[in-house]
Design a protein around this ligand. Structure first.
Ligand code: ZN
Length: 227
């Protein structure tokens, strides 16, 4: 879905077991940059590349891959996309970086291990993260501005994970929310409680997102809300 002159929300369906997982990564660009926000679960690379082709761009031309947070459905396709676009730089908020690099146990995996949960969920997370860990080239801080694709402001939005960040596309006035927000019944709501590390922080982060001058918000799992 084209949302602005240089912003598209992709709809990517990736097989996961017998079902499909639908995700809404964002693509933004200028003359010198092609920027992707989030990359899917491991195995998503080719589906993301197809979705990028379908809007007239090429995964091989990606220059910047921005990860909103450490979860496996956001970082898992990055290695595959880097094979197509080895020049691309990986960005994430500094707080989630050690989890993405695998130097600390990712938050959701740590929760499952602490709860003593076994079975498919543990298996999915353990194998998924093993296949996903990768180095972060650029660690971002709250308020940091990336001076391309119309200007991209980093907004620290912890709650869903400790180091979640949303990204404000300044020219388009569109918020890339990651999992810090969801669209439900035409309203912007916060992080899904069942998947949230810290609900209080998540609520504060939602308010922070809503305080911006927004033309629209892209939620990774629930799609676009126009304001
Ligand atoms: Zn997610």
């Amino acid at each position: 879905m084209k949302l602005a002159e240089n912003v598209v929300m992709l709809d990517v369906a990736v097989p996961r077991g017998e079902r499909e997982m639908l995700m809404h990564p964002t693509l933004a660009w200028d003359e010198a940059h092609l920027v992707l926000f989030d990359t899917g679960i491991p195995g998503s690379g080719k589906y993301f590349a197809e979705a990028i082709s379908a809007v007239g761009k090429r995964a091989e031309d990606l220059t910047d891959i921005i990860l909103t947070h450490q979860d496996v459905d956001h970082i898992g396709g990055a290695r595959e996309l880097l094979k197509r676009a080895p020049q691309a730089k990986i960005y994430a908020h500094e707080v989630d970086t050690p989890f993405i690099e695998g130097t600390e146990t990712p938050t959701k995996l740590a929760q499952v291990l602490a709860a003593g949960t076994t079975g498919p969920r543990l298996d999915f997370l353990q194998k998924g993260f093993e296949a996903s860990y990768l180095p972060v080239d650029v660690q971002l801080k709250d308020g940091e501005l990336l001076d391309f694709a119309g200007g991209i402001e980093t907004i620290f939005t912890p709650g869903h994970t400790p180091g979640h960040a949303a990204f404000y596309l300044k020219t388009a006035k569109i918020m890339v929310c990651g999992d810090a927000a969801n669209v439900a019944d035409g309203v912007l709501r916060g992080s899904n409680p069942a998947m949230t590390w810290n609900m209080e922080k998540a609520e504060e982060s939602l308010e922070k997102i809503k305080s911006y001058d927004l033309a629209g918000a892209i939620c990774y799992h629930s799609g676009y809300l126009k304001f």
